[in-house]
Structures are given as structure tokens and as C-alpha cells.
Design a protein around this ligand. Structure first.
Ligand code: PGA
Length: 249
């Protein structure tokens, strides 16, 4: 049986105490969804959402990043073990806002993936090309390199996810064309198949300006197994509408 679509909300650095009620509304209104659902709130809200949603196990929680060590003198950082302890079951790694905003190289993403697996979290590894890389026809080269260097050998046999997010489509309202998405997913599928020989079937997600009005179409594209949603996951009605799109595919 094919995997149900995986719809993941990435709240980024948004959300104060009031946001707990947004998550509660999402949980209440999505009980009947057949999709797999997760919210990645800021780390400050993880424990509270975990408590607030304890009767809504259909909503999983995730971190947005983690340190590659389990503990230590790393002021301001959060370990995978801590995310797990606070209620997370997955963690986003290598998001473009980490790769570009925090200059995180693939080698560091790979270390974080190992830490996540060790802590019992499912890693969701984000990859994607910048506009200049796409314009200079280097998309395939970039995706291949990110897949090769951000995915450690330890992933063999483990559950993990890969999210393709063209950097130029994140938060911009721009969306990749159907052909660009099909092409990227075909490449990602091929690279992962070759590397893992079909032993693992990761969910492949698309992210970048996913909205209620394009979600259903995106999910209908060959290879797209889910959506990583930023801005549109902050408002319950928008995120619920995206979840309903997944239920219709
Ligand atoms: P966006 O963000 O939906 O606001 O474009 C997506 C992401 O960065 O994961």
C-alpha cells in the first residue's frame, strides 16, 4: 500500500503562548484525516504542544534543527535528545535557512542526521538549489551533492524523509513549475534508489510557497509524497485546507 501523504508544518521562528490554541484547532479539525501530519514549532513550544496534544496522537511534533552532540558546552543549541525528551518524533535538518543563514555545510547536516537517529528521531533532510544555481544549470549537480554529503551511511535501513525545497521558492510566493518539480523528484528518487537499493522508501516532500490553492496540484505530481509548509501552516484554516487537499489525493 502506498504511504499516505505527509503534511508537515514548519512554524520557523513564529509562535508565542497563543499558538498553542492554533495547534489545538489543527488537531481537533484534522482527526479524520488519512494523511500523516506533523507540526515543527519553535523549540520553546515543543513541551507545551506535546502536553496540549497528548490526546491527539495523529499530530506528530518535530524540531527544526538540532546540534550534533547529545550534550555539552554549546550555548544556545539544542540536542536531538532534548527534542525527543520534549516530545518530538522528527527533526528538520539542513533547511535552507540553516544552510544559508547559518552557513551549515552538508558535512554538519550529516552529523546532525546521525545524532537524530541516535536519539530516536526521524530526520527530514532538506535540500534545494538557489536561484543562481538553477539559472546556471547546476540544479542536478547541487541536489546530487547535497544528497551525497548530507545523508550519512547510517540512514541505511532507517526511516527518514527528504524535502526538496528550491531556495528561491521559500517564502517568496514563487513556485517551481510542474516540470521542474517532476525533474527534481525523478533525480532524487534515482539517487536514493541507487544508494539504498530500495531498502528504504523515504517520503519525498516538496516545500516552498505551498498554499491552500496549490497543495492539491502539488501532491498530484509524480513522486511528491508530501508537503513541507512554512507560512501557510501558521494559520489553522490555511493548514487545515492543505490537509484536506491531501485527503482528496
Ligand atoms: P514557505 O516555507 O512555505 O513559507 O515558503 C517553506 C519552508 O521553508 O519550509
Amino acid at each position: 500500500m502506498p504511504n499516505p501523504p505527509f503534511i508537515v508544518g514548519n512554524w520557523k521562528m513564529h509562535g508565542l503562548s497563543e499558538a498553542v490554541s492554533v495547534a489545538e484547532e489543527i488537531a481537533r479539525e484534522s482527526r479524520k484525516s488519512t494523511a500523516r501530519l506533523a507540526i515543527c514549532p519553535p523549540a520553546t513550544l515543543l513541551s507545551r504542544l506535546s502536553e496540549a496534544l497528548k490526546d491527539a496522537p495523529h499530530i506528530e511534533l518535530g524540531g527544526q534543527d538540532c546540534h550534533y552532540e547529545a550534550q555539552g558546552a554549546f550555548t544556545g543549541d539544542i540536542s536531538a535528545t532534548m527534542l525527543k525528551d520534549a516530545g518530538a518524533g522528527l527533526v528538520l535538518l539542513g533547511h535552507s535557512e540553516r544552510r544559508h543563514g547559518h552557513k551549515e555545510p552538508c558535512s554538519q547536516v550529516a552529523l546532525k542526521v546521525k545524532a537524530a537517529l541516535k536519539a530516536g528521531l526521524e530526520p527530514m533532510i532538506c535540500i534545494g538549489e538557489t536561484l543562481s544555481e538553477r539559472e546556471s544549470d547546476r540544479t542536478h549537480e547541487v541536489l546530487r551533492r547535497q544528497l551525497r554529503d548530507s545523508l550519512p551511511a547510517e540512514l541505511e535501513g532507517q526511516r527518514f524523509h527528504v524535502s526538496y525545497e528550491p531556495v528561491w521558492a521559500i517564502g517568496t510566493g514563487l513556485i517551481a513549475t510542474d516540470d521542474q518539480i517532476r525533474d527534481a523528484f525523478a533525480l532524487i528518487g534515482k539517487v536514493l534508489d541507487k544508494r539504498f537499493q530500495g531498502h528504504v522508501v523515504p517520503h519525498l516532500l516538496y516545500g516552498g510557497s505551498v498554499k491552500p490553492d496549490n497543495a492539491r496540484h502539488l501532491l498530484s505530481l509524480e513522486g511528491v509524497g508530501g508537503l513541507l509548509v512554512g507560512g501557510a501552516s501558521l494559520k489553522a484554516p490555511d493548514f487545515l485546507s492543505i490537509i484536506r487537499s491531501a485527503d482528496q489525493t
